[in-house]
Design a protein around this ligand. Sequence first.
Ligand code: SAH
Length: 698
Amino acid sequence: MKSAISEARSLMVEDQIRARGVKDPRVLDAMRETPRERFVPSRLADLAYEDAPLPIEEGQTISQPYIVGLMLEAARIKPTDRVLEIGAGSGYASAVISLLAKEVLAIERFPSLVALAQARLEAINCRNVTVQQGDGTLGAADRAPFDAIIVSAGAPEVPPSLLAQLALGGRLVIPVGHDARAQELVVIEKTDEHRFDRRSLGHVQFVPLIGTEGWASEGAVVGIRRAAPEVRLGKRDRAKIARTIADACEPFGDLRHAPLDALLARIGHARVVLIGESTHGTSEFYRLRARITAALVARAGFKVIGIEADWPDTAAIDRMVRKRPASPLREPMYARFPTWMWRNIEMQEFVSWLARRNETLEPSKRAGIHGLDVYGLNNSIGAVIDFLARVDPFAAEQARERYSCFSPWEQDPATWGRAAAVGLTPTCEHEAVATLKSLLEERLRYSREDVDAFFDAARAATVVGEAEKYYRAMYRSSRESWNLRDRHMFETLLALLEHRGSDTRAVIWAHNSHVGNAAATEMGTHGEINLGQLVRERFGNQAYLIGFGTDQGTVAAASNWDAPMEVKTVRPSHEDSYERIMHEACRLLPAPSNSFFLPLRSAHAPALRAELMHPRLERAIGVVYRPETELVSHYFEANLPAQFDEYIWIDQTTALEPTALPPTGEYEIEFPTPAGRTPAGRTPAGMESIPDTYPFGL
Ligand code: SAH
């Protein structure tokens, strides 16, 4: 008769593992045979078959059974294989592997865990596992190569030593990522001496891998303070802070009538205003951002609008709004995922407003719109060649020749980056740099006729160079590629300011994660910089950083990268988040206000600033939203008043409206009616000379 415990184990295999898609019968059998209850502290034995990781000695954890099954299936271990496991912990995974492989070497950092695992393995008569103490990030060179390497702790990056110790055809399964709460579980297969194929199994959460090629120390790991008591606020504290917010904020109901005068006064003489959004698919963020921008353009003479979009695609819009000659694109505008981010009604409204406003102005006064991002390789290549074809056909031929380096990969630059990063295909660095250099050398000649067209082409050539680096960096490390991208956005902004003249002022639209100072968030702790931080460092108080936030509603987002857009429901905010406090503050406002501006600079709100200064969770929804794993995938720790100068809260929000059409046509759209004029005697500082032709009433 089957014992209760083996019954529980069979159920676990059926319900938690097979039901979730792990099908390999050898893995399922091995898990059915391995007594997990013998590997957890005895007080937790009753929980051994729960669908969860459990705490073990030394503050470590035994992985959730499903994750063990998933990793081992992905490792495709054969009975003849020699396997290395890093992070033996309790010894449980080693025991399961011992049934699949010929022999297992397991490395563990804590001597006490080594002793415990050895004893536990011996007790179940497991003879083909050796557990030894050491730094597993370096592998075990003297015993290499291994047919499979399983890493049971999360690494910031893939340790090169482990890659080197894989046998030909060997598989490395490892959680990687800079966020201690959400690593990506990847399988890397060595397909020939210099080639590694990499595949993702989704997001997971492991204890940190600490060692020479892992995290430097426990303290270096970000995000594990997550539920720390100082972050958890009781209801009473929240109510108190919510009261302070309600007193300090400037409430509004309908965003079409949100009063902007005080905000414009706070912005004052700032040269750069960054407006961030906490999702890439919320209509209200887009519309209010457009209103604020229109006010900055019409009342404060802002001339550069920089957006988190591709340079060449946005250049086509810029040509339209500034009445410059059109130039064809190789690929349809904003056709790259995520299309809805710029192909939407909200964007169309703004673009047609800008076009109409510019109509009556002389060219040097017209505000332009520009893409700051590093993507858009193909359209950039096209833009450079087309420009040269007009001004210097010989150079165009040379550029075409050089850029042909990218041709086999044009449709899939990410795959190119991976191939180039591992030496499978030559890089195109030299070709990209040489083209940009030749172009810049002829600056005077090329810009004689149309200086804007030259500037466009030079930026496009810069994008090609940076994208070339970006796609290679992407394979190596998410931190490196992120930093490269934000640095590129910053350089583009500086180039635009220079190009439009020394007194030029710019407004930037991008995600909160690019706009809010990274040094005030988890990003900073793990070495990521961003546009907001670079702008702050360069412009000091002449930069005004604004963030948007919301509690709940709907959002346009995909479930996965490259997947179709869906209208998803945004979950009510987490109780440990800034969002929750804002939501509570909202409920204290007189109806019909359900939104507000919240100035955060000490000059405006010293008491509030002090109260909000304790780090809390903050939500970021990008183009992908996964409500099922929201806490792990979308929340990070931040210090709001250090991150932004102002926060705009819209309690309930709705998904933006995507459109199939490129936003370049002429659209007759009803624009929000102008809000009231500046009250007499209260002309906002710094805007005395600006005519009060406030936003859309032109
Ligand atoms: N496979 C284990 C999971 C243990 S948790 C099980 O089934 O129980 C991960 C383990 O990795 C921890 O015990 C931790 O101490 C260990 N670890 C972290 N960094 C390490 C390193 N550089 N070398 C070896 N072990 C490490």
